[in-house]
Design a protein around this ligand. Structure first.
Ligand code: AMP
Ligand code: ZN
Length: 670
């Protein structure tokens, strides 16, 4: 077979696998084999760019960078929808339709109103040629390279009856799980959480680097077809076409004959929508007959043949009692709203997050204000607005302090960062204690017996000032303290001693350098191998590391420029902590390309040790089961929901023993 044929074959094959995976949810090949084939195709394309096919699945992984998105005028404007919030308004809508159609029969197509970002995709002879955002409705931005990375948007249409020219519109959304995971990994890097899936989706679609887009989980649900080449009379028929052409179908649209059917559907989804796995903010009700739509027509803003019904956002009103300013271990100030307790989406809410000083200003908060609190996709509720008309005369505005509430040092603001920081890292109490608590925490040095209270006690008693002082502690000092007995003192000392075995990447994370979370620490360690190289690296050297940006580089430089920090590292080195990569003798690639989810408890190692072992063999560990998961490693008492999810997604479930066999360890291990 010549190269041209080989490329064509691989392109076809990989496209089919993508479709099986993302649209049918029935993969027939392992992730590993898929990646191998994709790599093969990508290599062939690189050496023979002229043979690369226009619908090559290698576009899915991104790579193209767009500096300015060109503007594109929509063929037909992308309109809004009229909103309604009550059954009465829906009934009015139905009456209006009756009037405008003069007694002809019609039915309603009911769809979810996906809470995402609308997108128009253009196909020519079945090939995706363009993706355009809604923009102002008249023209939008062309973001073609970015949307090519979204697996549920076909690069070439499948099946028959493919029009020469076709426009498909739909909504791009981010599933809640993907959003939560993204925020989790941001938290690990010390980055502030993103507000909600919709804004995140909008931001993602406008990123310059399509690789970043490819790395985020976005899903496209199509709901609109525009072509004059098919003899179709009902929109619901187009929905069937969409599915045959290879688009993802949410599976939930429905056709009903009368208003009762509509009300029934609204009612059904009021509760059910909460378990969908993505946000919908309502239902769209459309007249199904395309001919009648012509007769009914449009207003200047929206079609008259459709209306959206919006479910009430989960929002309550309560009183803002006060705002506290918490100082974290990095000195960052976080304003927290203290509220009169109120029930919201099933939980009592007493606090809400306010991100930073700008947010306080934007909301114009005063103490005693009646505030609207909302719980959307995000975990912590937030203040979305103030009832100005209910503000008391002479209420005190909330002022962001200019000095640290804990130590009185004037606060500073770093360029490119919306937060305020207390720069007194040496002796600001919550920073001193926070750093040690972080150092001792489970994902860092994992020091047994060194909980939050004990850290407070040791610092307050003057026994330790920095985490390096931990390694100087002795039995006599501890046993004389309140709350310590023989056992607890020994336990703590053993915990401290054991932490000397913790690998370099976790030690680096434990140091608590701003923006250096777990993932960043891993990347730095893999690249520099030891601390001396990292300390002496210039800002340019640091930026050269994959995924390390200017902000992280500056923060690292700033940390190592403080002599006491470097002295502390030298001290920790002398105590025997790991500051270089241990090249493990069993390190192999056995598990490269395989992803694992761990559940339950294991007889021979802790879950964290299991995770480390998998990573040492090149595998990846994820927190939740998806179609992409290769194996669920289930120990005793493995979680029921994970098992269920694994079965549903046809993920192979393996035992601890199976796992050891997989990596070539038989039976018990040492
Ligand atoms: P609005 O922005 O409230 O005027 O609502 C109009 C927007 O709803 C459209 O621009 C789409 O982005 C979005 N939308 C979500 N789901 C649907 C759907 N099933 N049909 C039509 N529009 C939808
Ligand atoms: Zn301070």
């Amino acid at each position: 077979m010549d190269i041209k044929e080989k490329i064509a074959l691989l392109t076809e094959e990989l496209k089919q696998h993508n479709y099986n995976y993302y649209v049918l949810a029935k993969p027939t090949i392992s992730d590993y084999d898929f990646d191998q084939k994709l790599k093969e195709l990508s290599a062939l394309e690189e050496s023979h760019p002229e043979l690369k096919l226009p619908d090559s699945p290698t576009a899915r992984v991104g790579g193209e960078v767009t500096k300015d998105f060109p503007s594109f005028r929509h063929l037909k404007p992308m309109l809004s929808l009229g909103n309604s919030y009550s059954q009465e308004e829906i009934k009015d809508f139905d009456e209006q339709v009756q009037k405008l159609t003069g007694g002809q029969e019609y039915s309603f197509l009911l769809e979810h109103k996906f809470d995402g970002v609308s997108l128009s995709v253009h196909y020519e002879n079945g090939l995706l040629v363009r993706g355009v955002t809604r923009g102002d409705g008249v023209s939008g931005d062309e973001i073609t390279a970015n949307i090519k990375t979204i697996p549920s948007i076909p690069l070439r249409l499948r099946g028959d009856n493919i029009p020469q020219r076709l426009e498909v519109r739909g909504e791009v959304i981010m599933p809640l799980v993907a959003f939560a995971q993204l925020n989790e990994s941001r938290a690990a890097e010390g980055l502030p959480p993103l507000m909600n899936p919709r804004n995140t989706t909008a931001g993602t679609l406008k990123m310059q680097d399509s690789k970043v887009v490819a790395g985020r989980t976005l899903v496209f649900y199509a709901y609109y077809v525009d072509t004059d080449e098919l003899p179709v009379e009902k929109d619901s028929v187009y929905m069937d076409y969409l599915e045959k052409w290879g688009f993802l179908n949410s599976g939930y649209h429905s056709v009903v004959n009368d208003i009762d059917g509509v009300l029934n559907y609204l009612d059904t989804w009021e509760e059910k929508r909460k378990s969908l796995g993505y946000d919908i903010d309502g239902i769209v009700i459309k007249v199904d007959e395309l001919g009648l739509r012509q007769e009914i027509g449009f207003t200047s803003k929206a079609p008259r043949w459709a209306i959206s019904y919006k479910y009430k956002a989960e929002e309550v009103t309560t009183t803002l009692e006060s705002v506290s300013f918490q100082v974290g271990r990095t000195g960052k100030l976080t304003p927290v709203a203290n509220l009169s307790p109120v029930l919201l989406a099933g939980t009592t809410v007493k606090r809400a997050s306010i991100h930073n000083a700008d947010e306080i200003e934007r909301l114009g908060l005063h103490i005693g204000d009646k505030v609207k609190v909302e719980k959307g996709g995000e975990i912590i509720p937030k203040i979305v607005g103030v009832l100005l008309e209910e503000r008391q005369q002479g209420a005190t505005p909330v002022v962001f302090p200019d000095i640290c509430p804990e130590c009185g040092t004037p606060l500073i603001r770093v360029e490119g960062d919306a937060n305020h920081y207390c720069p007194n890292s040496e002796s600001c109490p919550p920073q001193v204690k926070g750093r040690i608590k972080h150092f001792a925490s489970r994902k860092a040095m994992d020091i047994d017996g060194l909980g939050s209270e004990i850290v407070n006690q040791l610092v307050d008693e003057g026994l330790i000032v920095t985490y390096a002082d931990l390694y100087d502690l002795n039995y006599e000092q501890l046993i004389n303290l309140e709350r310590f007995a023989d056992l607890s003192a020994r336990n703590l000392l053993n915990g401290i001693k054991a932490s000397k075995e913790i690998p370099f990447e976790r030690v680096l994370f434990a140091l608590g350098i701003r923006y250096v979370g777990e993932t960043v620490a891993k990347k730095l360690v893999r690249y520099f191998k030891n601390i001396d190289k990292l300390i002496s690296a210039s800002e340019e050297d640091l930026i050269a590391v994959p995924d390390i940006g200017g902000q992280i580089a500056k923060s690292l430089k700033a940390f190592f420029e403080i002599p006491s920090n470097v002295q502390m590292i030298q001290k920790l080195k002398l105590f025997g902590l790991n500051f270089e990569i241990e090249e493990k003798d069993h390190q192999t690639d056995t598990l490269v390309g395989k992803s694992f989810v761990i559940s339950g408890v294991f007889s021979e190692r802790s879950r964290d040790e299991m995770k480390e072992l998998i990573e040492n063999f090149g595998g990846e560990v994820k927190s939740s089961v998806s179609k992409k998961t290769s194996f669920l490693l289930a120990g005793e008492k493995a979680g029921g929901s994970k098992l269920e999810k694994a079965e549903k997604n046809e993920v192979k479930i393996i035992s601890e023993d199976d796992f050891y066999k997989m990596i070539g360890w038989t039976g018990s291990t040492t």
